[in-house]
Design a protein around this ligand. Structure first.
Ligand SMILES: Cc1cc2nc3c(=O)[nH]c(=O)nc-3n(C[C@H](O)[C@H](O)[C@H](O)COP(=O)(O)OP(=O)(O)OC[C@H]3O[C@@H](n4cnc5c(N)ncnc54)[C@H](O)[C@@H]3O)c2cc1C
Length: 320
């Protein structure tokens, strides 16, 4: 990859994928590096047997005109559809699960999966990035989209060369954790139509029935999200203990026997106070660097999308 109008993007969640699309549309050569087996990040969908369950982001909401335009294209393509409305907003689900949307969006790009970046170095005309497997790539510009604590660790070797404001903003970012318990039931389940409930007390914040949602087929397949305070309190507790508490709390909505469960711990689930920060962090010197993600644009898919867009715009202006 020659340094001129070339960009490496670390992270293939919605922020990275959006930045990639905007930069490629402006003629940039882009390579995406993601540590997962596929794209998506927190747009995550898992299988348990024949069931399919969204275990990160559950839906997205559209408020901004630029996101509306993108969501409109996705809806026309059949990738997303309205799930329900509340509070005056339509909540969209993705056909086949949130991760399927990420896969559609990633299709046009050079995406290197299972490529965990371990080292970022300033090189003559930009950046040199080294992955855990020893792959080395160079480019003129870099977009970082991992959650702030992971971005800080990656930048450790060179952060002193960038304006100190970047480190101070990154260091102040706090993420709430969230336990996601995925459960399959041997019956239809008791979550009311259209397939979600927000219990008003106890450790459970959200239950979605992926079958009613249209992501899974057959018996009920439930995603149970714990509240942030419960998740923080039990962050290092044994899985079986956390699962037992959540299974007990969600039992009234089961309507049958649990056939299987899996617990996932999102250490960095949603950023706190994301709306108060700029849409991305950017520095032109000593090398073109943009830092994006939901901690900047707002703590949701839409915010991460807008932050990815802002990162691409900053890099595009610097490179033109
Ligand atoms: C439980 C839960 C429920 C949610 N519910 C909703 C919801 O209903 N509606 C909504 O709008 N939003 C929701 N969100 C938030 C939404 O998922 C996020 O705002 C959005 O997905 C963030 O996208 P992103 O691209 O900024 O980050 P991510 O999706 O986290 O992407 C960052 C990527 O960087 C990668 N990465 C990290 N370190 C490295 C490395 N060293 N090398 C290579 N790659 C690396 C990660 O693997 C990841 O793929 C929820 C999130 C969670 C966890």
């Amino acid at each position: 990859m020659s340094a001129n109008r070339s960009c490496l993007i670390v992270g293939a969640g919605i922020a990275g994928l959006t930045a990639a699309a905007a930069l490629e549309a402006e003629g940039w050569a882009v390579v995406l590096l993601g540590k997962g087996r596929g794209p998506g990040g927190r747009m995550a969908t898992r299988r348990i047997g024949e069931s399919r369950l969204d275990h990160g982001a559950q839906f997205f909401t559209v408020r901004d005109a630029r996101f509306r335009e993108a969501a409109g294209r996705w809806e026309q393509a059949g990738w997303v559809a309205p799930w329900f409305s509340d509070g005056g907003h339509v909540r969209y689900r993705a056909a086949g699960g949130m991760n399927a949307l990420a896969k559609h969006l990633a299709k046009p790009f050079d995406l290197r999966t299972e490529a965990k970046v371990k080292l970022l170095e300033l090189a003559d005309e930009g950046w040199q990035v080294t992955t855990e497997s020893g792959q080395t790539l160079r480019a003129g510009a870099l977009v970082l989209t991992p959650p702030a604590p992971q971005a800080i660790a990656l930048l450790a070797a060179c952060s002193s060369r960038f304006p100190s404001e970047i480190s101070s903003i990154l260091n102040a970012i706090v993420f709430d954790p969230c336990f996601a318990l995925l459960v399959t039931i041997d019956g239809p389940g008791l979550v009311p139509s259209p397939g979600y409930i927000r219990p008003d007390q106890g450790p459970v914040e959200w239950i979605a029935d992926n079958t009613q949602k249209g992501v899974s087929t057959g018996a009920a397949a439930l995603t149970i999200h714990a509240r942030a305070d419960f998740s923080l309190h039990n962050l290092e507790a044994p899985q079986e203990y956390v699962a037992k508490l959540l299974l007990e709390a969600a039992k009234p909505w089961f309507g049958g026997q649990v056939t299987a469960w899996q617990l996932h711990r999102w250490r960095y689930s949603r950023p706190v106070d994301a709306g108060r920060r700029p849409a991305c962090l950017f520095s032109r010197q000593p090398a073109c660097l943009a830092i994006a993600g939901d901690a900047f644009g707002g703590s949701r898919l839409e915010g991460a999308f807008l932050s990815g867009l802002a990162a691409a715009e900053s890099i595009g202006e610097a490179g033109s």
